[in-house]
Ligand binder design. Structure first.
Ligand SMILES: NC(=O)c1ccc[n+]([C@@H]2O[C@H](COP(=O)([O-])OP(=O)(O)OC[C@H]3O[C@@H](n4cnc5c(N)ncnc54)[C@H](OP(=O)(O)O)[C@@H]3O)[C@@H](O)[C@H]2O)c1
Length: 326
């Protein structure tokens, strides 16, 4: 089968289209013929091997281990075969979900990482959802304790996590303000934001307005500044740092250590694969509560080009790789 592989850490040029062995499924796995896979900034981190802590997590110190040579975490496709312990899926089913090694024609996925693809979305739209939307959902609901009527601000509202953040916060009944650059204001409004702030014109931390919850995807303000924009009981959830050059783990370590002693609740987290949450997202898709925003699609063989675009961190919503029909 064709797959994107990388045998060393580095920039997008390390991503190459190669012919490799088709995976063999275990008893609890499903073989999926991938039709689309979306790119996340996490894929960029694993491609670069940065921050270096990634290399110490068993992925390979000097170069990626063979088991992690195929990147990718999101997928949508059609079931080709199932292991003998899998009862939920059958050959021919359309599915989407989270796995590893998804930038390939076939992937062996544990059944807990898959849910049925709603009929009202394309494979490309379904593939755009899992990692980014689950991050937004877990950040807003579990860490941010979102409630109907709360005032929520999403800093970085126009990217992968942010576009789902705006829509999920609306679906959960919040009043939503989205922060992005000028060219994305209309798009963020069109997906449901009640208010938009252009960060090139206005600093939301200095306006005097206070929010019950800030989901900070961009991370371009220190938390001391973000906390100025929180109500007394407000919660700041740090999700990413697209607006910073260095991409260091230090802000997250600091939050874990100092966070519990601060007056405001400041939290961070790593999104987890969770079948219950994938099913919530499936329902949101079916009922039209979320509509993936797709900046562009690239054929699998142009993964390096797609990654070059994603690494600029200004994609509007998601970038998706498409795998040609057999
Ligand atoms: N904690 C987790 O489990 C988890 C999971 C997924 C992702 N993440 C992290 O979350 C972050 C965002 O991921 P993503 O997929 O949403 O990325 P993305 O699609 O590239 O979006 C980046 C967002 O940041 C904004 N931005 C970029 N530079 C900025 C700046 N200088 N000032 C203010 N805003 C700026 C962009 O807005 P404009 O384009 O409008 O400027 C855009 O809304 C990344 O750091 C990623 O690693 C964390």
């Amino acid at each position: 089968m064709k797959a994107i592989v990388r045998y060393k850490y580095g920039g997008p040029d390390v991503l190459q289209l190669r012919e490799i062995e088709k995976p063999v499924i275990k008893d609890d796995q499903v073989l999926v013929r991938v039709r689309a896979a979306s790119i996340n900034l996490g894929d960029w981190h694993f491609m670069r091997g940065r921050p270096y802590i990634i290399r110490m997590m068993g992925y390979g110190l000097l170069k990626p281990k063979l088991k992690s040579s195929v990147p990718g975490g999101d997928l949508a496709g059609r079931v080709e075969a199932v292991g003998k312990n899998v009862t939920e899926f059958h050959p021919g089913d359309e599915v989407f979900g989270m796995s590893i090694r998804t930038f390939a024609e076939y992937v062996a996925v544990k059944d807990v990482g898959l849910v049925p693809k709603p009929a009202n979305v394309t494979f490309e739209q379904a593939a755009a959802v899992p990692v980014a939307a689950i991050t937004a959902l877990q950040g807003l609901r579990d860490k941010g304790e979102i409630r109907p009527g709360r005032e929520v601000l999403i800093n970085g509202a126009s990217g992968g996590v942010g576009t789902f953040g705006v829509q999920i916060a609306k679906a959960l009944g919040a009043h939503v303000t989205g922060v992005c650059r000028t060219r994305n204001l209309d798009m963020v409004r069109s997906i449901g934001a009640d208010k938009v702030i252009d960060y090139t014109q206005e600093d939301f931390t200095a306006s005097g307005h206070r929010y019950d919850l800030i989901l900070d995807v961009a991370g371009n303000h220190p938390w001391s500044e973000c906390r100025r924009a929180l109500t007394r009981d407000g919660i700041l959830v740090l999700t990413g740092q697209s607006g910073r050059k260095e991409h260091s783990v230090l802000p997250f370590i600091k939050v874990a250590v100092v966070g519990p002693f601060l007056r405001h609740r400041v939290r961070t987290f790593i999104a987890k694969r969770d079948k219950k949450d994938l099913n919530i997202l499936r329902e949101f898709l079916e009922t039209g509560k979320i509509r993936p925003v797709i900046d562009g699609t690239y054929p699998l063989g142009e993964a390096a080009e797609a990654m070059r675009y994603v690494q600029e961190e200004h994609a509007r919503g998601k970038v998706v790789l498409t795998v040609a029909r057999a």
